[in-house]
Structures are given as C-alpha cells and as structure tokens.
Write a protein that binds this ligand. Sequence first.
Ligand SMILES: NC(=O)c1ccc[n+]([C@@H]2O[C@H](COP(=O)([O-])OP(=O)(O)OC[C@H]3O[C@@H](n4cnc5c(N)ncnc54)[C@H](OP(=O)(O)O)[C@@H]3O)[C@@H](O)[C@H]2O)c1
Length: 258
Amino acid sequence: MNTLFDIAGKTALVTGGAKGLGRMIAAGFVDAGCKVYITSRDAAAAEQAARQMSESGSCIALHADLASADAAVALADQYKSREQRLDILVNNAGRTWGAPLETFPDKAWPGIMALNVQGPFTLVRELLPLLKAAGSPQDPSRVINIGSLVGAVVERLSVYSYAASKAAMHHLSKELAADLVEHHITVNVIAPGYFPTQMTAHIRKEDAAIQKLLARVPLARLGRAEDIAGACVFLASRSGSYITGSEIFLDGGMAGCR
Ligand SMILES: NC(=O)c1ccc[n+]([C@@H]2O[C@H](COP(=O)([O-])OP(=O)(O)OC[C@H]3O[C@@H](n4cnc5c(N)ncnc54)[C@H](OP(=O)(O)O)[C@@H]3O)[C@@H](O)[C@H]2O)c1
C-alpha cells in the first residue's frame, strides 16, 4: 500500500511548467522524486523556475514557444537529445481569448487551436517512441492532458475558440487513449474548474465577481496547487494505472453537482 502513489525515479515533461497550473504540477512531481522537464517561452523564467524547484529535487528548463506544430516537433527533439524514455507527458500549456460574440475576431482561432490542440497531438506523435519505451503492462507510461471545465460544460465566458479547443482536447484524449492502449500508454484529460492563475486573474479582480463565482462552486473555493498536483501524481502512479480515456473534473463539483 505504501508504494501506491510512488512515482520516484520517473521522468516527466510538463509543458508550460514554469508558471500557473504547470508549475503546480511540476513542483508536485519534483517533490515526489521525478526528474521533471519544464518548458516556457521565456528562457530566463524557465531557468529560474527550474532552479527553485531543483531545491527539492530534479528540474530542468527547456525553452519552447509552442505556437506551431513545428515548434512542438522542435521541443520533442530537444527532449529526445537528452532522454531515451518518457514516463509522463503533461500537455498543460494553453491560452485563451475572450470577446463578445459580435466582435469575436477570426484571429482568435488559429493560434488557440495550434497551442491547445495541435501542439499536444504533435508532442504525443513525436514522443511516441519514448513513451513506448517507458510503458509496460504493469506500469504504463502516462499522457495527462489539461483540458477545462469549459471544454465540457457551457460556462458562458465568451471564450469561443478556447472552449472549442478544450472540447477538442477532451475528445482527442479519448481517441489517443484508444489507440495507445496496446502500447501500454494511458491518456487522460483533467478538466480544471477555476484555479488562481494568470488565466483567471480578470475574474478575480473584483470581489463581487469572485463571490459570484464561489457561490456557483459546490465546494465553495478555488482550486489549490495540491488539488492539481495530487490528481497528476495519482494518475502518474501505480494507483492510476487502470485509468485511461477518462475525463477527470477537478472543479469543486461544478460539473458533477449540477
Ligand atoms: N486557471 C484555471 O482556472 C484553468 C482552468 C481550466 C483549464 N486551465 C488550463 O490550464 C493550463 C494552464 O493554464 P494556467 O491557468 O496555468 O494559465 P497561465 O498562468 O496563463 O499559464 C499558461 C501557460 O501556458 C504557457 N503558454 C502560453 N502560450 C504558450 C506558447 N505559445 N507556447 C508555449 N507555452 C505557452 C505559459 O508558458 P510561458 O508563459 O511560461 O511561456 C504558461 O505556462 C491551460 O491549458 C489552461 O487552459 C486553467
């Protein structure tokens, strides 16, 4: 029982691991004894985050802007030049765009779809040999995709391309899970509700808005670092090895308690 959640010695790649949810996930893996690669568009920020997280373990910074499929290939190449296997891939990097329907711009589509959907797909494709090398029937390698509550539930945030990209991510995760099961690779998607990161800063700016939001969260609080880190450690560990193709809501009950 005491090794059920043990992931020490595994190697993980967390996109966007220098800040926000990615940082919470990366820190959780580092603390649990994994060797963790994080990425950021900002090389200095990635180095600083990796240095800070390395105080409790092993964290390595990679510089990557994942705005295009070519960039995802380049990140996979960077990783492949350093490692021969990959136990855990977390596709976390993502961005959003909010505007009223009447003025929602066309330019708010291609970049969001490229980063939130195509990039994760390309990374899985390019890193497949390394994920295969790490997976076994007893201990599959793991792909953890970060989707969103808004990819499954209508939240009326006017984030049309983002919501559609996350819904695509949720479905893509199931498609990949079905295809990769024979290679001993599990694929799951976590659907976070509201966590206090830069992405939700605009919602948290006004007290009235945050109170209105919290009134809709059955567990009456925002997500915490330990919520997302704990879910990822669980999915990456022996205790999570029988789960694939699942959509896991991490939202204080917002989806499930309606
Ligand atoms: N916060 C929430 O409540 C919430 C809810 C549901 C889902 N999510 C999802 O959680 C994930 C992380 O978001 P967050 O809340 O942590 O927001 P955030 O603080 O804004 O972080 C966004 C992350 O994506 C990375 N990123 C953005 N554009 C990128 C690009 N072109 N290339 C590479 N990386 C890029 C950023 O890395 P750098 O800036 O360091 O390059 C950063 O790590 C996203 O997929 C988001 O959709 C968040």
